[in-house]
Design a protein around this ligand. Structure first.
Ligand SMILES: Cc1cc2nc3c(=O)[nH]c(=O)nc-3n(C[C@H](O)[C@H](O)[C@H](O)COP(=O)(O)OP(=O)(O)OC[C@H]3O[C@@H](n4cnc5c(N)ncnc54)[C@H](O)[C@@H]3O)c2cc1C
Length: 427
């Protein structure tokens, strides 16, 4: 059963501890600090585009350092690691107050919400002081090296190996689809350390430097023009044994924890995400916005679509709330995060489909034509499938809900309890 490190309440619950500053007092203090310290969103600037400019990484590190110096970084992380030791309700208040300002949003996922969350639960004291504090203070960015070319869904079938050599591990293999790795300093890397154990029992999680002479990193250009993904090749990458997170060969437990935080982040329920995505004019574009932009807002069929999507968005928000509360109280198991994750795949995909239908020709993806606003609808559509892959595919999420939440029979697995060395796999 999952019990998060979050103090007493959920984002949506009442503030319950009288030891802490009240949410309202905190909100007032945050509002004053934000107006005196953070840059206001510039209406002429495009935020949250699919292409991340190199300068953004420099800016976002600086913004995170400002939050840290001002006492507003890592609101839900414990104070001993540089956080504020407050509750998700404080975080929600801060996110609302910070909406008109530039925020270091690129550091939210995976660095703070996924890797740091996992390190808080599973890292050694030294690792927390170095990497967790490093991420919260804006000194370092973390990313995750999990997926491999042989398949991301079958994560436990990974082939990258780490060999213990005295006080070090020597790593060889390949990772792929690592979001923002090129901009990161360290990665939490899942590797195989025992080939004689069954696949889930021979893995270890090791923190590795992203940029090293023994690693080759290349960025992957996607059809939407973005190149946030990277792939990495390790040839005798040597890392200190103290970088092992948890116990050797217990990497599946550590990885599961990381995946829990990933589903929570991708599902929109992470307490470690600070700030809200800003798009045109600083607010999220809705189906109704697109309907208005193309002059179809009085059309009855369009209004039905807008109503349908609005209902789905409302349900999604409520489901995320409900599950977040349930997981915090222990009513739901950690795997319930798969339900949030599934909502955040299916419902945004529906939204993208409707937006593309409404925008029609105006959503052309060519950079030379069309209004930038509607053209973005087309560009974003190119990453539509990503919503049901990143953080675990929709099919895998359904499997989790069926097997681990509803406790239905498990899927057949020919490699269960077989030493990994003997498992048949494609070349
Ligand atoms: C936006 C985004 C960000 C990502 N960021 C990272 C990152 O930072 N680090 C990282 O390591 N990886 C990352 N990934 C990779 C991601 O984790 C994988 O894409 C995902 O796990 C699926 O793996 P795959 O792409 O290899 O597909 P595969 O595992 O090859 O699956 C292909 C298809 O088969 C289906 N399938 C597979 N097995 C089953 C089964 N048992 N039952 C039913 N259906 C099945 C899948 O659902 C899918 O539709 C990211 C991916 C995306 C899209």
């Amino acid at each position: 059963m999952l019990v998060t490190n979050i103090a007493v309440t959920s984002e949506f619950g009442e503030f319950m501890s009288d030891q802490l500053e009240s949410v309202e007092d905190f909100r007032i203090r945050a509002r004053a600090w934000l107006s005196g310290n953070m840059p206001k969103l510039d209406p002429a600037k495009e935020y949250n585009t699919n292409r991340v400019a190199d300068r953004e990484w420099v800016e976002h590190r600086e913004l995170q350092k400002k939050l840290f110096a001002g006492g507003f970084a890592g609101i839900c992380f414990p104070k001993e690691y540089g956080g504020q030791g407050l509750t998700p309700a404080h975080q929600t208040a801060f996110t609302e107050e910070s909406a008109p300002y530039e925020m270091p949003l690129r550091l939210n996922v995976p660095s703070l919400s996924i890797c740091s969350g996992m390190l808080l639960d599973m890292g050694s004291e030294e690792q927390k002081q170095k990497y967790l504090r490093g991420a919260i203070s804006g000194e370092m960015i973390l990313c995750q090296f999990l997926s491999e070319p042989s398949g991301g869904s079958d994560l436990a079938g990974l082939l990258t190996r780490a060999q213990r050599d005295g006080d070090t591990y020597v790593i060889n293999g390949q990772k792929c689809w690592s979001t923002f790795a090129y901009a990161a300093d360290y990665a939490t890397c899942l590797v195989r350390t025992d080939w004689d154990a069954p696949k889930h029992r021979g893995l270890s999680m090791i923190i590795v430097p992203v940029h090293d002479d023994a690693s080759h990193l290349q960025r992957v250009r996607m059809s939407d023009g973005s190149d946030e993904f990277c792939e990495e090749f390790f040839t005798d990458l040597v890392v200190p044994a103290e970088n092992l997170v948890g116990a050797e060969n217990d990497g599946w437990t550590v990885g599961q924890r990381q995946l829990f935080y990933e589903r929570q982040a991708v599902g929109g329920g992470s307490p470690y995400v600070s700030g809200r995505q800003a798009t045109r004019g600083g607010s999220e574009v809705t189906v109704a916005d697109v309907a208005r932009a193309v002059g179809k807002d009085q059309d009855s069929a369009t209004r039905e679509l807008v109503g349908w999507q609005t209902a789905l968005d409302t349900v999604m928000h409520q489901v995320v709330k409900r599950i977040t509360i349930g997981m915090t109280s222990g009513e739901y198991p950690a795997m319930a995060s798969s339900m949030m994750r599934l909502c955040h795949a299916e419902i945004p995909q529906n939204r993208m489909d409707i937006m593309l239908d409404l925008a029609g020709d105006e959503a052309v993806t060519s950079a030379e034509h069309g209004d930038g606003y509607l053209r973005n609808v087309g560009i974003q559509y190119l990453m539509r499938q990503g919503a049901s892959l990143g953080g675990g595919s929709s099919e895998m999420s359904r499997n989790m809900v069926s097997e681990r939440v509803l406790m239905m029979p498990r899927e057949m697995a020919a490699d269960r309890d077989v030493p990994f060395r003997e498992v048949r796999r494609g070349r």
